[in-house]
Design a protein around this ligand. Structure first.
Ligand SMILES: C[S@@+](CC[C@H](N)C(=O)[O-])C[C@H]1O[C@@H](n2cnc3c(N)ncnc32)[C@H](O)[C@@H]1O
Length: 160
């Protein structure tokens, strides 16, 4: 499941790679519509959910929770707690979280909004003792305008 996937092309890549049970969640219906239009007939192979991740409650469990550039917009403690509750409700034990947030040296704002910045240890501590940090790295994301934004990527496994 790609959380806050919006119009991102990750879903295209997952379908290209043979994944068959893919869900994209985003609070923005127009963003989801852009992705659907781009995929054409292939859009029918994806579950699309227009929802606020902080209120997400799914009927089943997912294997992988992927978030690039959504969690870092949650700067209030209550919003982060609601997000983590949604993630716990959605992810099966043994499943993985792939998080990409602005790194400590990344931008302080995005689209005019203040963001929170993280390193991998901060993310591990936020997710708590039920999650193991499996792998992490930092990378520059090159924006369409050519600027570099430093991101932290963390792979966490839900142990219980
Ligand atoms: C910076 S974009 C990232 C899009 C995509 N993940 C990517 O990496 O290209 C942030 C996305 O998160 C969505 N978003 C923001 N707050 C959200 C929320 N509370 N619940 C669900 N989606 C949200 C926005 O609509 C937008 O599509």
């Amino acid at each position: 499941m790609d959380v806050g996937g919006g119009a991102s092309r990750l879903v295209d890549c997952l379908l290209d790679s043979g994944y068959t049970d893919v869900t994209v969640v985003d609070v923005s219906e127009p963003a989801l519509e852009r992705a659907k239009r781009r995929l054409g007939d292939r859009a029918a192979r994806v579950k699309w959910l227009a929802a606020d991740v902080r209120e997400l409650r799914l009927p089943g469990k997912v294997d992988v929770w992927h978030d690039r550039a959504v969690f870092h917009f949650l700067t209030e403690e209550a919003d982060r707690a609601a997000y983590l509750d949604s993630m716990r409700a959605a992810l099966r034990v043994g499943g993985y979280v792939v998080m990409a947030t602005f790194a400590l040296t990344g931008p302080e704002q995005c689209s005019g909004l203040i963001v929170s910045r993280y390193d991998a240890e901060m993310l591990r501590d936020l997710f708590g003792p039920d999650f193991q940090l499996v792998h992490s790295l930092e990378r520059d994301h090159i924006t369409p305008g050519g600027g570099a934004q430093r991101f932290t990527y963390a792979l966490l496994r839900r142990a219980r």
